[in-house]
Write a protein that binds this ligand. Structure first.
Ligand SMILES: Nc1ncnc2c1ncn2[C@@H]1O[C@H](COP(=O)(O)OP(=O)(O)OP(=O)(O)O)[C@@H](O)[C@H]1O
Length: 623
């Protein structure tokens, strides 16, 4: 890939934190019928979430988290889009990079939030709404040219695929949930939209990029009932999420090294986390006690992400835009076609002048303008008719040359049409539904969202101020009062200390759980390794084995072993069956050994193969 150079508008560079929003879904059927308690309280006006641990001795001990915005189970898709995403997409249309990613345990509503329900006006999610907003903007923009490129990527087991490419196979797995079949969340789905825009007649191009990401479920695979085999697969899937966690932690702690290169997902999100992007994280949670641990982990993860600072800047006048490339190519093609047409016209005029020497001689117009005058159009039609006559009079060679010339012009014209077709001109009626009133409505909605955001911020500041005002108001009229106040403060500090201790314990437990899962995966891998070594020991000839050990190389990038050229099998070797090593003992099943020991009827058969194996081993000095 070529390096991309952007000229940033550094004057308006302002650091901006990742905006973190939490959305809590309603209790699902399983949780309702199982009588699971609701342990999450959502306070939208304060941006606060409280979570209660039912198992703790003190049930009053709730944990509280504050975010940029929080949404309860009654929140609608429209509200979330208008308040959270609409302003971001508007920035993308001004040339900023934007990213929205949904994070959370399986079944908490990531796909519901990002995609929603197709063809349902109320339930459609962020992706279709973002498209509507983008096309609506293009529809309204006067005298603007746009080039919109879309890709839909999937990262599954550290493999990246573009789902819009026809030969990309989809590896999504089907799983049963709540009595129906649903797509599994084992892969990360990434929708990329790149919009290049410039005013008609100008060469200044702005580029806005929007990433819309539905991450894989963040739950532990053991909780989903993953088998030992699945754990191996899960370790790869979890790798992307844990490396995302590491990137978030490193950025939150302002660490000098941020491990973006640890997974494909974090490499792809490099700009969105700590880079040139306006980013929104939507943390999806469930309200039930059944998912307490996962919900708490998501809330902590989201809380950490709040401190990540990005540096969004407008991408103005980047060097390698497709739009400029297309515009230059279109101008070049137009020039070529008009030159060819002029050449043809000139030849035609010269012939005409010779034929009709008596008629008034007209000079061919050599104007550079692309616009054709009426007389030129008339002349062109005339020219076509006479050209046809001239063509019939030509000899074969001249005919061939002329045909080639005409074909070349037609090819250029087709290419021009194709390129022009890829550019979208603003101000045309692309979506009929977008009227001026809708534009006004969108503006109002953005204003309301902005006001609501400010209200939440003010409420949060007010709460902080109230706390400190209370302390200031409490003047000490007597020693007793001072003692009381200090006791209260001490109690507060003690409660905070206990909460921190609990958090430490929770983190330790989580760490231990992760370690146990990793150990299980490791045991499975060791078992598999032993099996493979056993096969190699018994079936692979010694010299092949030693060559394998010396010539096999591990490719870190592809995570696979490769043999260098000399180890490649030729066609003949591939067709003939490999010869077993006669110096090696043949593997005997437990059953065969048992039969030999008990000397039962069929034992001779097993004895023969046992005897053969022993003899061969003896002959080759291993007996
Ligand atoms: N806010 C909500 N309101 C109503 N229903 C919801 C909400 N959030 C999720 N659901 C429903 O819950 C179910 C699970 O949601 P969804 O598939 O979006 O979860 P997910 O987090 O994307 O899961 P996975 O990680 O497996 O893809 C769906 O049936 C969805 O319609």
């Amino acid at each position: 890939m070529c390096p991309v150079f952007f000229f940033f508008n550094l004057q308006n560079t302002k650091n901006e934190c990742v905006q973190v929003v939490v959305r809590c879904r309603p209790l699902n059927n399983k949780e309702q019928t199982g009588n699971f308690q609701k342990v999450v309280d959502v306070f939208p006006s304060r941006g606060v979430i409280e979570i209660l641990n039912c198992n703790e001795a003190s049930r009053e001990n709730k944990k509280m988290f504050t975010y940029d915005a929080v949404y309860d189970c009654l929140s609608t898709q429209q509200t979330i889009y208008d308040e959270v995403v609409r302003p971001l997409v508007a920035s993308v249309m001004e040339g900023f990079n934007g990213c929205v990613f949904a994070y959370g345990q399986t079944g908490t509503g990531k796909t519901h939030t990002m995609e929603g329900i197709k063809n349902d006006l109320e339930q459609k999610g962020i992706i279709p709404r973002a498209f509507e907003q983008i096309w609506g903007h293009i529809n309204r923009a006067q005298n603007m040219n746009f080039l919109v490129a879309v890709s839909y990527l999937e990262i599954y087991m550290e493999e990246l695929r573009d789902l819009l490419k026809p030969n990309a196979t989809c590896s999504l797995e089907l799983r049963e949930r709540d009595g129906g079949i649903v797509h599994s969340s084992r892969s990360h789905a990434i929708f990329l939209i790149k919009i290049e825009m410039c005013e008609a007649g100008s060469t200044l191009v702005k580029v806005g990029k929007l990433n819309l990401i539905d991450l894989a479920g963040s739950e532990r695979q053991s909780k989903t009932g993953a088998t030992a085999e699945r754990l191996k697969e899960a370790s790869k899937i979890n790798r992307a999420l844990s490396s995302l966690g590491n990137v978030i932690s490193a950025l939150a702690e302002k660490s000098p090294h941020v491990p973006y290169r640890d997974s494909k997902l974090t490499r792809l999100l490099q700009d969105s986390l700590g880079g040139n992007s306006k980013t929104i994280m939507i943390a999806n949670i469930g309200p039930s006690e059944f998912n307490y641990n996962e919900t708490l982990t998501t809330l902590r993860y989201a809380h950490r992400a709040k401190t990540i600072e990005n540096k969004p800047v407008k991408n103005e006048d980047p060097q390698d835009t497709k739009l400029r490339e297309y515009q230059n190519e279109i101008a070049e093609l137009r020039k070529l076609i008009s030159e060819r047409q002029k050449r043809e016209r000139t030849v035609h005029r010269e012939k005409k002048a010779k034929k009709k020497a008596t008629r008034v001689k007209r000079e061919p117009s050599l104007t550079q303008s692309d616009e054709k005058s009426d007389s030129e159009v008339e002349e062109e039609e005339d020219c076509e008719k006479e050209n046809e006559q001239d063509f019939n009079e030509l000899d074969t060679k001249a005919k061939e040359e002329l045909m080639k010339e005409r074909e070349a012009t037609a090819t250029l014209a087709a290419k021009l049409q194709e390129l022009e077709g890829q550019l979208v001109k603003g101000g045309k009626n692309i979506l009929d539904t977008y009227t001026e009133r809708q534009f006004e409505l969108e503006k109002k909605l953005s204003e309301i969202a902005e006001r609501k955001k400010r209200e939440i911020e003010m409420q949060q500041q007010l709460e902080l101020q109230e706390e400190s005002t209370m302390e200031i108001r409490e003047t000490f009229t007597s020693l007793q009062q001072e003692v009381e106040l200090k006791t209260r403060k001490l109690k507060k500090c003690y409660a905070k200390c206990m909460a921190l201790k609990q958090e430490l314990q929770d983190t330790r437990d989580e760490h231990n759980r992760d370690r146990r899962e990793l150990e299980m995966t490791q045991n499975e891998l060791i078992k598999e390794l032993k099996r493979l070594l056993l096969i190699i020991d018994n079936f692979v000839p010694a010299e092949v084995k030693s060559r394998l050990y010396t010539q096999a190389k591990y490719d870190d990038e592809a995570e696979e072993w490769f043999l260098n050229g000399s180890m490649m099998l030729n066609n003949h070797q591939m067709l003939t069956r490999p010869v077993a090593d006669p110096t090696r003992r043949r593997p005997m099943s437990e059953y065969a050994l048992q039969m030999i020991k008990t000397k039962s009827g069929d034992a001779v058969r097993y004895k023969v193969s046992y005897w053969c194996a022993t003899c061969v081993a003896f002959c080759f000095g291993r007996g």
